[in-house]
Every structure is written in C-alpha cells, then in structure tokens.
Design a protein around this ligand. Structure first.
Ligand code: MN
Ligand code: MN
Length: 477
C-alpha cells in the first residue's frame, strides 16, 4: 500500500511550504541568478544616490530607443517613453496594444536610501581639522556610520545656473572620508549609554582635511581655508554655494559577494535599489505588451515620500495622465473621468524590500509570518504598525490574481509581515498609490541589516524578483 501523504488531497497540495530556493531550483537557475547579480552589482556601484540611479536609468532607456514623453504628440502600441522627475525620480513606459484607458500595469520602487546629508553650512575647523557637519537622512543606527570609509556624492548649483557634480571616494586612488569614534580605553562612560544615544546626531561630523594654507599668515582658519581653496579649484564653488547643494555622504564600499559560495551580496542601498533595478529591467524587456507597462522610481521614500520627487508628488500622476491623453490622440483629448477609471483598473506592485528572518534576533520575528532569505520574493499584504496603522492593505482578490500568475509562471514566493506585532513597523509608497484607486500590494525581497551602511541580500531572491516582476507586468489585468 502506498504511503498516504497527509499534505496531498487528490493531487492538490493542501499545506503551504516555502522552500529554500538554493535547495530546490535547478543548477541553471542558480547560474542565471549569479549572472544577473553581476549586472546588478555593476549598476549599483555607479548608482548610489537617487540622482545617479535616475541618470543611469535614463541612459539605459535611451539606449533602447525610449524618448522623452514631451517629444511625442501621440502614443501608440510599442512606443517607449520616459520622464525625469526633477532628476531624482523617474517614470518610464512601454505603450500596450490595449488603450491606456483600460488601466496600467505598474512597478514602483524608490531609489533613495538612508545616508548622511550635508547641512546647508557644513564646513568648519576645529583644533586643526576640517569637518563637514551632516544631518542624517532616513532611519539609521547612528553608531554604524563611524569608523568606515565614506564617499561624497552630489551636486552643487551655483548662481550662474551651472550644476557642478562631485563624486569622491569611489575610485581606488580617491581619498575617502571618515567619522571618528572613541577608543575603548576611554569609553567607560560612552559604553554605558543607550545605543541610540552614544553617537549623538550632531557628532556625525566627517573629517575632510588637515593641511593648512601656508601663504596667509593672518588666516584665522587656515585649515578650512585650504579646503575651500581645493573645492574652488576643483569644482568652482565657494562656501555659500553649499546652501544650494545636494551632497550625500555614503559608504565608499562597492557591492561584494558574500560567502565561500557567493550566495549573498553585501552593498550599500539594497533598500530599495534591489527592487528598483529589476523593476527597471523588466520594463526594458517589454516590446509591445498587452497593457501599457510603467515603472516608477521615486525619491524621498525614506523620509515620507514628500516633495515634488517623492511618491506623493502629482508629477508621477501627470505622467500617467499624459500617457492616456497622448494614447487617446493628443493632450486636448484628455478626459479626467476616463483617467480616474483607468486608475481604478490599474494594477501595481509596490516593489520594496522587507526584512529577512535573522536567527540571531529571533525574538522580534514571528517565524510563521516572516520572509526567509533565499526563499524567494515576499508578497506583503499589509505593512503598518500598531494594528496595521498606516497600512495600505491589498485586496484579497488582487493578491489571488498575483499568486495565480506566479504559479503559472513557476515563480516561487513567500509571505509574511515585517516582524512581530508591536515590535515596530514601517511603510512604503503603496498607500499613496492606492489613493488613486489602483490595486497595489508590496512585493520585494528580504534584506538582512536593513538601513545599515552595508546591507545583505540573497542572489537567488534577486533573480526570482526579476522573473516575478516581468511575469506581473506581462500578465496582470
Ligand atoms: Mn524601502
Ligand atoms: Mn527603507
């Protein structure tokens, strides 16, 4: 007599299982995942800031024949367009065979990551050393940013309207920058403080120089003057120009494989570039989709999605309106109700990362409802905190549509929440998108050490994330 399998009933699998994909998938898939990871790492290394990510996305689009949406009067199936959102957000689309009025298939990620921004008046000299004052951006553990090599990325706008780009710390022969910490020998008092307090935000000051000017004996701040001279010679800027600058301090590290088996990638900014990259790539793979496919890369998610480049900005909606109007025959053909109805019929994956179950910190996770590293993408029906507060909970019928598409395309997936109820919480861009009437659910990969200067993801998760996003935009309706 054959063994009776309790998990099967007439060939239907009754119990859910979410296996480790390195254990389950084919060798060919592991090879494909390793190859995809190489492309991702290369893109990530040149795209540490939102501006850099947007610029590189724009270049990748142009290479494949995408044009600025402003240059098109009408749009037909197969047309490829993009829009830069103030240089810090990005929208791109491939027009479908069906009219845009039927709704869009959207992938939406964010391209900003936690970091240290320069204050508007950042330069100062103290005891013969020159520093940048910083203001941290997003949720960080401040102590993690000391004693690591740092790079300076950003732009300075001068009164003459010129944009001056700064990127120092990425080439092997570049200098890097540094935030000091106290030696343990004198750390008795510091070590007794709470982790949230022992590195105050106002102490996140970056060492940027220590050689004085020699030709100005009257200089009150010869060390600072020397750095100002270098900045002026290299970038044509003066101290007051920092007020119109956007300069970010990020880890100088490049993306690296982790483990003897190279199963993981350690890098700065996986949140949320590990989703933004496959969201862009799956859009670029489209030629003439059934429904119009759109990828939105937003800014300012880490501080609430505000500003005109954040997900709450109407510019992203304007882009969707423009697609519809031009697809209907021109901007004079625009009808607001047609657009609103199109939004009601729009389907979106809010492509953002989640936490991976970390056995070292098991007490904050509920293991039946947490994503595991290397177990594939996570469908996160809701986020929020304290009783789902602030969550954009996805509709069950929409989630069922997605699991059906994933099943038909052999995409493994897992599910879960962010962590234990009341352990903390978080949000994504999904709530702002859902306001338009579209169906939206969060779907990304698990990350270890989220928001740390260097975060960890699994290569197999990244690869299936790409396949999942592609299957979603090609099939959902
Ligand atoms: Mn995120
Ligand atoms: Mn985040």
């Amino acid at each position: 007599m054959a063994e009776k399998k309790s998990s099967k009933s007439k060939g239907i699998k009754l119990a859910a299982d979410f296996p480790n994909l390195y254990k389950e998938c084919s060798k060919a898939d592991i090879k494909a995942a390793m190859d995809f990871a190489e492309d991702y790492k290369s893109f990530l290394d040149i795209s540490k800031t939102e501006r850099e990510f947007v610029k590189n996305s724009l270049d990748a689009c142009k290479e494949l024949g995408f044009v600025d949406i402003d240059s098109k009067k009408t749009l037909k199936a197969g047309d490829k367009v993009y829009k830069s959102v103030k240089g810090k957000g990005f929208a791109c689309a491939v027009i479908g065979v069906e009219p845009c009025a039927n709704g869009y298939n959207i992938l939406g990620a964010h391209v900003d990551s936690p970091r240290l921004d320069l204050k508007p008046n950042p330069l100062y000299e103290d005891h013969e050393t020159v520093y940048f004052k910083t203001h941290y951006y997003g949720g960080i553990k401040k102590y993690q940013w000391t004693t690591i090599p740092l790079a300076v990325h950003g732009v300075v706008f001068t009164k003459d309207g010129k944009e001056h780009e700064i990127c120092v710390g990425e080439n092997n022969d570049d200098p890097v920058f540094y935030i000091t910490d106290l030696l343990p020998h004198l750390g008795n008092e510091q070590m007794g403080k709470k982790a949230s307090e022992f590195i105050p935000a106002e102490d996140l000051n970056v060492v940027i120089g220590g050689i004085p000017v020699r030709d100005n004996k009257d200089s009150k701040e010869p060390y600072k003057e020397a750095i100002l001279k270098i900045l002026n010679e290299k970038y044509g800027i003066v101290e007051k120009d920092f007020v119109s600058a956007e300069i970010e301090i990020v880890p100088a590290a490049k993306a690296r494989d982790v483990g003897f088996d190279r199963s993981y990638i350690a890098a700065y900014g996986h949140d949320d570039k590990v989703c933004a990259y496959p969201a862009l790539m799956s859009l670029l793979a489209q030629e003439k989709p059934k429904r119009t496919c759109v990828t939105l890369l937003t800014d300012k998610e880490e501080i609430g999605s505000y500003s005109n480049s954040g997900a709450q900005s109407v510019i992203y909606e304007n882009f969707l309106m423009e697609l519809l109007a031009k697809n209907e025959g021109g901007i004079d053909k625009f009808n607001m109700l047609t657009f609103r109805k199109a939004m009601e019929n729009t389907k979106m994956l809010s492509t953002d990362v989640t936490t991976g179950y970390d056995p070292k910190y098991a007490s904050v996770y509920e293991s039946r409802n947490t994503a595991f590293m290397s177990h594939g993408i996570k469908i996160e029906k809701y986020t929020g905190a304290r009783g789902k507060s602030g969550s954009s909970e996805a509709n069950g019928d929409f989630v069922a549509q997605i699991t059906d598409i994933f099943a038909k395309n052999s995409i493994p997936w897992q599910t879960g929440e962010l962590g234990k109820i009341d352990a903390g919480g978080g949000g994504t861009i999904s709530a702002y998108m859902a306001k338009t009437g579209m169906d939206v659910v969060d779907c990304g990969v698990p990350v270890w050490s989220m928001h740390a200067p260097v975060e960890l993801i699994s290569k197999i998760d990244l690869y299936y994330l790409y396949l999942a996003y592609k299957a979603f935009i090609e099939n959902i309706r």
